[in-house]
Design a protein around this ligand. Structure first.
Ligand code: COA
Length: 296
């Protein structure tokens, strides 16, 4: 993605981490003109991502980033465009309080790191850039992908998660978030999870809160998922990923139950072990060495 200004001047690192401040390094903090360029880049990326996901309104923009506690990882290729650099894509993550159902159907309150938006420029997709960005974020957050929740992942993203991280078995949910087998059993994750009390002091518990994509959809005034028209991304997920029961669940408001989640059986600091992840490591390390060798 090219811009009429020097990308390398704004983003000094190959991957920049942006937050509410919209600052990408010391230089942009001191220069309001560079910050305006950063806002332009984020807005453009957000629009492109929305288009790719067939959303009529972006869920990522500079103003949204400024008002939310999310982090946006931006990947550039500094050598392209005659040395001015191009923006390759972005990944937006943030913590969300979610009410999730474990495999036994027990409501659990959790606040996992969620993937909220993810986009690689069309002409650069399937070149390993998505993996580079995702791996960077995992390393930065010191996290395994099975511990994360995914906000209405597109078919391409589901394929990406299956290919690179062996995440294939999702646990059915009543909201738009997808979590995979292992989320509830990982030591670290279970330590974060809380059983849901029957009542909160301030009223009834809602099984899921109004998320960004819900807001966008309300703005669009379309039918809610899963009643969206057949061409919508969510419907595509449902048809392509029919093995995923979460995609078939109706969004109902089941009353929360008070049941104990299974015992974590380990300390919070232990690194999470998953046979799925182990199985994937070999494949991932071979793809990493490929990308290190420059086979993009
Ligand atoms: N169709 C199906 N799967 C695709 C795909 C496509 N057009 N593009 C990427 N993938 C998946 C596949 O599993 C692919 O492996 P394969 O080529 O062996 O089939 C794998 O991703 C490639 O990995 P990588 O090159 O690292 O991914 P990427 O750079 O293409 O980035 C996405 C992945 C999902 C970010 C990117 O495809 C994208 O921006 N898609 C459009 C926006 C989107 O759907 N975002 C997800 C928001 S929830």
């Amino acid at each position: 993605m090219e811009f009429p200004f020097d990308i390398n001047q704004i983003f000094s690192e190959r991957v920049s981490i942006l937050d509410q401040t919209l600052v990408a390094g010391r230089r942009s903090a001191e220069r309001p003109d560079l910050q305006a360029h950063i806002a332009t880049v984020i807005d453009e990326l957000g629009r492109a991502s929305a288009k790719a996901q067939q959303l009529t309104a972006p869920i990522t923009s500079a103003s949204k980033l400024q008002s939310q506690r999310h982090q946006l990882y931006l990947l550039k290729d500094g050598e392209s465009s005659g040395g001015r650099g191009v923006v390759v894509g972005f990944l937006k993550v943030g913590y969300k309080k979610l009410f999730l159902l474990d495999r036994g159907g027990v409501h659990i309150e959790a606040e996992p790191l969620c993937v909220l938006d993810f986009y690689i420029a069309e002409n650069l997709q399937r070149h390993g850039y998505g993996l580079e960005l995702f791996d960077f974020m995992l390393q930065h957050k010191n996290l395994e992908p099975v511990l994360m929740a995914y906000d209405r992942p597109s078919p391409k993203f589901l394929s990406f998660l299956a290919k690179h991280y062996c995440l294939t078995q999702s646990v059915p949910q009543v909201n738009n978030f997808v979590v995979f087998e292992g989320f509830f059993f990982s030591n670290r994750s279970v330590a974060q999870l809380r059983k849901v009390p029957l009542k909160k002091p301030d009223g009834e518990i809602k099984p899921y809160s109004l998320m960004e994509r819900e807001v966008v959809r309300q703005e669009q005034r379309t039918l809610p998922w899963p009643f969206a028209p057949p061409h919508s991304p969510q419907r595509l997920v449902s048809s392509q990923c029919s093995h995923s029961p979460s995609m078939r669940s109706s969004p109902s408001r089941a009353p929360p139950q008070v049941l104990l989640p299974s015992s974590p059986g380990g300390s919070r600091n232990q690194s999470p072990q998953s046979p799925l992840i182990d199985r994937c490591r070999e494949r991932r390390s071979s793809s990493l060495s490929r990308s290190q060798l420059g086979f993009h």
